[in-house]
Design a protein around this ligand. Structure first.
Ligand code: 5GP
Ligand code: MN
Length: 344
């Protein structure tokens, strides 16, 4: 049996709002990952089953390895269809905010969503949620928004409206936010949910294959290059750094999603508990941070790169030169020396 994590009052309030609304928009965070797309499309299928008119909006495009999901081709990409996105947000009588905690995380859609006249429901697992929604279902202790989506649908007593497509998207989101159930995945409840999803007819092995075994040749060669040539270790701090320039990515014909997971790889080295990946984009530098154990990368991300996220998986941005972002990291590292040794 599932325990009741989401407060009953939030469930009832959200259910009433859904009953009253017909034009529904679902938004999720910039550079959407498997949990963002999985939870959004899961809700999309569920609401379609309820007979609602639904659109999923994302600020920018998402990786090809998520495009197999049913409904992915119907997702509206804000940076390509700005006016349509704006009009849908304005006209919606209900907006779901999934897998993000602050309107900054949806880039250009942020002000439109915050100022929109419709009702708003946030379902998310990042700490410190904004308060612009009518219902905020925020559970940082749960490893994915997709798991929360499963719980949300069940608790409304509408499990029968979860179809196979919805179940597949939930599984994909739960799987990607736990590294295929290799971290943040010790709760027995996760496996109870998976058994329910299997009952809905999902093929979990096929989903794994579609997400993790469909890379391009270039992507695999880039991975080899990064590990052999670019990974630097800082053994005294139990840390690792990978820096990748824009030019290097061009050489390997980088596509969105090609570097996904690279930041996790150094954590497979014995004694490395903190990994940072600094990647140059056209107009900014993107930083990804991961850790094992209790070392809080969200604090490091917030302090050093004005970012945030979860305890073990966070990100941030830097506007300036690549070498300055690297210098910022190297200067900050000694300040965390104590936490990095205690946690190892
Ligand atoms: P990733 O490294 O996969 O891009 O991001 C990992 C996690 O860090 C995301 O799920 C999100 O919670 C958080 N994150 C990534 N980039 C940013 C950012 O620029 N700002 C904040 N506040 N959080 C971020
Ligand atoms: Mn997530």
């Amino acid at each position: 049996m599932l325990n009741k994590i989401i407060p009953e009052q939030s469930i009832q309030k959200a259910k009433k709002i859904i009953e009253r609304c017909d034009k529904i928009v679902i938004v999720t965070h910039v550079s959407p990952d498997g949990d963002a797309i999985g939870s959004s499309l899961a809700l999309y299928h569920f609401l379609l089953q309820l007979g609602k008119s639904v659109n999923v909006l994302v600020p920018n495009n998402f990786p090809g390895f998520l495009k197999w999901m049913d409904g992915a081709k119907d997702i509206i990409v804000g940076e390509w269809k700005e006016n349509l996105a704006k009009d849908l947000i304005k006209a919606a009588d209900l907006i779901f905010c999934l897998d993000f905690n602050t309107s900054k995380r949806i880039d250009q859609l942020g002000p439109w969503v915050v100022e929109a006249p419709g009702k708003k429901i946030m379902i998310d697992h990042h700490p410190y949620p904004d308060t612009f929604c009518d219902v905020t279902i925020s559970h940082p202790e749960i490893s994915s928004t997709s798991e929360l989506m499963f719980r949300f649908i069940c608790r409304m007593g509408l499990f029968e409206f979860m179809d196979k497509s919805c179940a597949e998207c939930i599984y994909a989101g739960m799987m990607t936010d736990t590294g295929a159930f290799t971290y943040n995945s010790n709760s027995p409840q996760i496996y109870f949910i998976i058994s329910e999803l299997l009952e809905k007819g999902i093929d979990k092995d096929a989903i794994y294959d579609k997400v993790y075994n469909r890379y391009s040749e270039c992507r695999l060669r880039l991975q080899g290059y990064v590990l052999y040539e670019k990974m630097r270790l800082f053994p005294e701090y139990h840390a690792s750094l990978i820096v990748l320039s824009y030019e290097e990515q061009l050489k390997f014909q980088w596509k969105r999603g090609d570097t996904e997971g690279f930041v996790n790889m150094p954590l497979s080295i014995e004694g490395i508990i903190f990994s940072v990946f600094i990647r140059e984009e056209e107009n900014m530098i993107k930083i990804s941070l991961r850790s094992k154990g209790t070392f809080a990368v969200n604090e490091f991300a917030a302090d050093v790169f004005n970012g945030g996220g979860h305890l073990n998986a966070s990100g941030g941005e830097f506007y300036g030169k690549l070498e300055d972002a690297v210098a910022l990291f190297e200067t900050a590292l000694p300040r965390y020396s104590e936490q990095l040794s205690i946690n190892n």
